[in-house]
Design a protein around this ligand. Structure first.
Ligand code: FAD
Ligand code: NAI
Length: 475
C-alpha cells in the first residue's frame, strides 16, 4: 500500500531537508528520503554539506588553524607551549563527532516538524493521478505517492578522465577529509575552493603541498585585487600553487602517486606524492532517480533543467540545489528549498542570485558578494572603488592578523553598492553586512554613516565604504 504525501523531497542535504521543514511548517504532509549512510549503516541526513563538505571541512580547518597558531603564533602573545604534538586520529574523530551532531540535529528537526523520514534511495516509478509514485529502496522498501515532488539529489566529485577515485591514494573530498595520517607530500589538482581549503588543512598539519591549476589566472571568479592579495598570503605560507599547467599521466602505485604535467613554460614535469586530491569541480547527481523513466529533462552537464522558479519540465516536480544550475553552495540550495516550499503553498518565494555570498575558509578568508571590478569593467559600468587595509584596523592588530582588506565597489552616479570583496580575518562573518546592505539597495554612504562598534573588524567595512568617497578616517 502506497503512503500518501502532499510533498515528497528526494535528498536530505541542505536543499532537501530545509525544503521539507519549510513545507511542513506551511501545513503540508511531507516525506523526505535520503540514502546517506553513516559508518554503522544508519541514516546520516545532511548530504554532502554535512557529511563530506561544509561541516567536516570547517571542523578540520579550525583544528589545523589551532595547530598552526600553537606552533607559529602563540609565542608572539608570550605563550610558550614548547613542542606541539599532533594527534591526527583525535582530530579526525572530533570532526566525525561534529558531523554526527549535525546528522542527529536534522533527525530531531524532522521529528519536531513532523516530516516523515525514509532512509534509502528514492526513485520515480510513474506519474499517477494527481502526482507521482516514488519507490524507496533501503533497509526497508516503501512506496510513496506525492502530489508534489522536490528533487534535491546534490552533486558528486568530478574525476579526471580515466583516473577513478580509490579514496586510498587518489582522493575526492570524501577521502581528503578522513586521511589517517598527514601525508609527507600532497598534490591537489584544481586550485578552486576545495583545493585551497583542503590544501590549507594538510599544509598546516605539516604536509608539503603543491596545487596544480589548469587556468593561468588564480581564482578567476574572485575580484583580481583580492585574489592577488590572497595569493601573496598563500605563497608566504608555503602553499605552492602552479598555474597554467596541463595534467598528463597519473600513475597510482601502492606507495603513492606520480603526476606528470606540463608547466606554464611548456616544460614536462613529474611530481611524486603520497596522496593526490582531485578537486576540479562537481557534477550534478541524478544516479538511480529514474529521471529518464518519467521524462525528467536533464541538460548536457546532467543537471536537471529548471526555470527561474525551480520548476522542471514535469508538472508538480521541482528541483533545487547542486542538481540544478547556479552556484554549488549550501546556502543557495537552502534558499531554493524554502522558495519552492513557499511556491507550492501559493506564496511568492524568491531567491536573489545577485546577493548570494561566497566564502573561501582559508586563512586569510576570502568572501564576496556582487560584482567584481573586472566584471564592472567588462560591462562598461561607471563605478567608484574604495579599499581599507586590515593593517590600519585596531582589532586586527590586537588579533595579530592584519592581512588583507575590505573593498567596496559602488555605482559612480547613484553610489549604490555593486559588490563587496574581503580578504582577511573573519571575512566569512563580515560579508553578512554587505549582503544585507545590497539586499536593501544601500549606498556606500549608508554604510559609512552607520555606527560600527570599536574596536571591531567591521570598522574596516565602514572605512572601505568611506574610502569610496575618499574620506577614510583611519588611513
Ligand atoms: P547534497 O548536499 O549533495 O545532498 C544530496 C543528498 O541527496 C545526499 O544526502 C544524497 O545521498 C541524497 N541522494 C541523492 N540521490 C538520492 C536518491 N535517489 N534517493 C535518496 N537520496 C538521494 N558549500 C557552502 O555553501 N559552504 C561551504 O563551506 C562548503 N564547503 C564544501 C566543502 C566541500 C569539501 C564540498 C565537497 C562542498 C562544499 N560546499 C560548501 C558545497 C555544498 O556541500 C553543496 O553546495 C550542498 O551540499 C548542496 O546541497 P544539496 O542539498 O543540493 O545536495
Ligand atoms: P571549483 O570549481 O571551485 O574549482 C575547480 C578548479 O579546478 C578550477 O580552478 C578549475 O580551473 C580547475 N580545473 C578543472 N579541471 C582541471 C584540470 N584538468 N587540471 C587542473 N585544474 C583543473 O571546484 P572544487 O574546488 O572541486 O569545488 C566544487 C564546488 O564545491 C565549488 O565550486 C563550490 O561550489 C563548492 N565548495 C564550496 C566551498 C565553500 O563555499 N567554502 C568549499 C568547497 C567546495
Amino acid at each position: 500500500m502506497s503512503q500518501q504525501f502532499d510533498v515528497i523531497v528526494i535528498g536530505g542535504g541542505p536543499g532537501g531537508y530545509i525544503a521539507a521543514i519549510r513545507a511542513a511548517q506551511l501545513g503540508f504532509k511531507v516525506a523526505c528520503i535520503d540514502e546517506w549512510k553513516n559508518a554503522a549503516g544508519g541514516p546520516a541526513p545532511g548530504g554532502t554539506c554535512t557529511n563530506v563538505g561544509c561541516i567536516p571541512s570547517k571542523a578540520l580547518l579550525q583544528s589545523s588553524e589551532h595547530f598552526e597558531h600553537a606552533n607559529l603564533h602563540f609565542a608572539d602573545h608570550g605563550i610558550n607551549v614548547g613542542s606541539v604534538k599532533l594527534d591526527t586520529a583525535k582530530m579526525i574523530a572530533r570532526k566525525d563527532a561534529v558531523v554526527k551532531q549535525n546528522n542527529d540535529g536534522i533527525l530531531y528537526l524532522f521529528k519536531k516538524n513532523k516530516v516523515s523520514f525514509f532512509h534509502g534511495r528514492g526513485s520515480f516509478v510513474k506519474a499517477v493521478d494527481g502526482g507521482y509514485e516514488i519507490a524507496v529502496k533501503g533497509a526497508k522498501d516503501d512506496t510513496l505517492t506525492g502530489k508534489q515532488v522536490i528533487v534535491a539529489t546534490g552533486s558528486n566529485a568530478r574525476a579526471l578522465p580515466g583516473v577513478a577515485f580509490d579514496e586510498e591514494n587518489i582522493l575526492s573530498n570524501d577521502g581528503a577529509l578522513r586521511l589517517g595520517a598527514v601525508p609527507k607530500k600532497l598534490v591537489l589538482i584544481g586550485s578552486g575552493v576545495i583545493g585551497l581549503e583542503m590544501g590549507s588543512v594538510w599544509r598546516r598539519l605539516g604536509a608539503e603541498v603543491t596545487v596544480l591549476e589548469a587556468l593561468p589566472t588564480f581564482l578567476g571568479a574572485v575580484d583580481e585585487q583580492i585574489a592577488k592579495e590572497a595569493k601573496k598570503a598563500f605563497d608566504k605560507q608555503g602553499l605552492k600553487i602552479e598555474l597554467g599547467v596541463k595534467v598528463g599521466e597519473i600513475k597510482n602505485a601502492k606507495k603513492g602517486v606520480s603526476v606528470a604535467y606540463t608547466n606554464a613554460k611548456g616544460e614536462a614535469q613529474t611530481l611524486d606524492a603520497d596522496k593526490l586530491i582531485v578537486s576540479i569541480g562537481r557534477v550534478p547527481n541524478t544516479i538511480g532517480l529514474n529521471a529518464e523513466g518519467v521524462g525528467l529533462q536533464l541538460d548536457e552537464r546532467g543537471a536537471i533543467v529548471v526555470d527561474g522558479d525551480c520548476r522542471t519540465n514535469l508538472p508538480g516536480v521541482w528541483a533545487v540545489g547542486d542538481v540544478v544550475r547556479g552556484p554549488m553552495l549550501a546556502h543557495k540550495a537552502e534558499e531554493e528549498g524554502v522558495a519552492v516550499a513557499e511556491r507550492i503553498a501559493g506564496q511568492h518565494g524568491h531567491v536573489n542570485f545577485n546577493t548570494i555570498p561566497w566564502v573561501i575558509y582559508t586563512s586569510p578568508e576570502i568572501a564576496w558578494v556582487g560584482e567584481t571590478e573586472q566584471q564592472l569593467k567588462a560591462r562598461g559600468a561607471a563605478y567608484k572603488a574604495g579599499t581599507f587595509p586590515f593593517l590600519a584596523n585596531g582589532r586586527a592588530r590586537a588579533l595579530g592578523d592584519t592581512t588583507g582588506m575590505v573593498k567596496f565597489l559602488a555605482d559612480a552616479a547613484t553610489d549604490e553598492i555593486l559588490g563587496v570583496h574581503i580578504v582577511g580575518p573573519m571575512a566569512s562573518e563580515l560579508i553578512a553586512e554587505a549582503v544585507v546592505a545590497m539586499e536593501f539597495k544601500a549606498s556606500a554612504e549608508d554604510i559609512a554613516r552607520i555606527c560600527h562598534a570599536h574596536p571591531s573588524l567591521s570598522e574596516a567595512t565602514k572605512e572601505a565604504a568611506l574610502a569610496v568617497d575618499k574620506r577614510t578616517l583611519n588611513f
